[in-house]
Every structure is written in C-alpha cells, then in structure tokens.
Design a protein. Structure first.
Length: 178
C-alpha cells in the first residue's frame, strides 16, 4: 500500500507544471512527500483496524457492564462525555502543533538540500554565517513547536487517566458492591 501511495505521488509530481517547482524547494517536497506517505500508509493499514477493534471492545464492555450491574454500568459510562470533549479539544491542538513540527522539519530538510547544492556559491559569496543564522532560526522554531506538541501530549494523557480513574458519586449515595 505504501508503495502504491508513493507511485501515485510521484506520478502526480510528474504531471505538475514547472512553475510549481519554482516556488517549492526540492528538499521540502521530498521531505514532505516521504513523511506524509509513511504517515498515511500507517494510518490506513493500522488505524482502521485499531479503530474497529477499539469500538467493538468498548461497546461490548459497556453492554456487559450495563447487563450485569445497570446502575454501576451507567455510572461508569458517565465519564465518557467529558472524555470525548477533552479528547476533541486536545486532538485539534495536537494536530495543529504536529503539522507545525512537520512543516519546520521539511523546511530544515529543504535548507540542507539547498545548502549542499549551493555549496560552491556559498563559499564564493562568503555566506556561511548568514546560512548558519537562517538555519538557527528554523531549528529554533522547530524546537519550540516540538516542545509545544510534547507539552500538549503531556497534559492530555494525565487528564484522560484522571477521568478514567475518577469515581463519580453514586446517585443513591451508595457505592455498588461486587
């Protein structure tokens, strides 16, 4: 599947006008294409299976809980709406910061490729320090968005675990016994 995706992408690149390549560095295109194809292949191959398995598992567990102990089962399932809301909020944030990280990663890869291709020009024009400053700006931005992504993930996981471990008060004031 990954091979087919890459073949289709390469075919699409061959059909684009030359003007498209005037505005986008080769290193950026290669980096973005490679990264996106790998991610897409993983999502298609395992994401579908994981989602199907998880939905079936959660549904069956919920049914069994409600059948065995209706009040306790509904009490446990009352955690689901806040969990869905927290996940939706963090999914948007994590997606945006992940995209920013990938954007700067592709820009850094493009910078590497351009630096290697233009090495003689850089040496003859004595641009080493300027190129280094440009690279430092890109890497600093990538570092910042990577830290932001890691912090968002580090906040999200404990919130989910806290919601999962919390025990809401019983409507009857009694904790169900097993």
């Amino acid at each position: 599947m990954s091979h087919d995706i890459r073949q289709d992408c390469f075919k699409k690149l061959q059909e684009l006008e030359f003007a498209y390549f005037d505005h986008r560095p080769t290193g950026w295109l290669i980096s973005r294409l490679t990264s996106d194809c790998d991610k897409l292949a993983r999502i298609i191959a395992w994401g579908t299976l994981d989602v199907l398995w998880a939905v079936c598992l959660v549904f069956m567990i919920a049914v069994v809980m409600v059948v065995l102990q209706p009040l306790l089962g509904l009490l446990v399932l009352s955690v689901v709406p806040p969990l869905v809301w927290v996940s939706a909020v963090f999914q948007k944030k994590l997606l945006l910061s992940s995209r920013e990280t990938r954007k700067y990663n592709s820009m850094i890869t493009a910078s590497y490729a351009e630096e290697l291709q233009g090495l003689r020009t850089t040496k003859s024009l004595v641009r080493e320090n300027e190129n280094q400053r440009e690279f430092e700006v890109l890497s600093t931005h990538m570092y910042g968005v990577s830290i932001q992504n890691a912090l968002q993930s580090a906040v999200y996981i404990p919130i989910v675990l806290t919601l999962a471990a919390s025990r809401p008060a019983s409507p009857c004031g009694v904790v169900a016994r097993m």
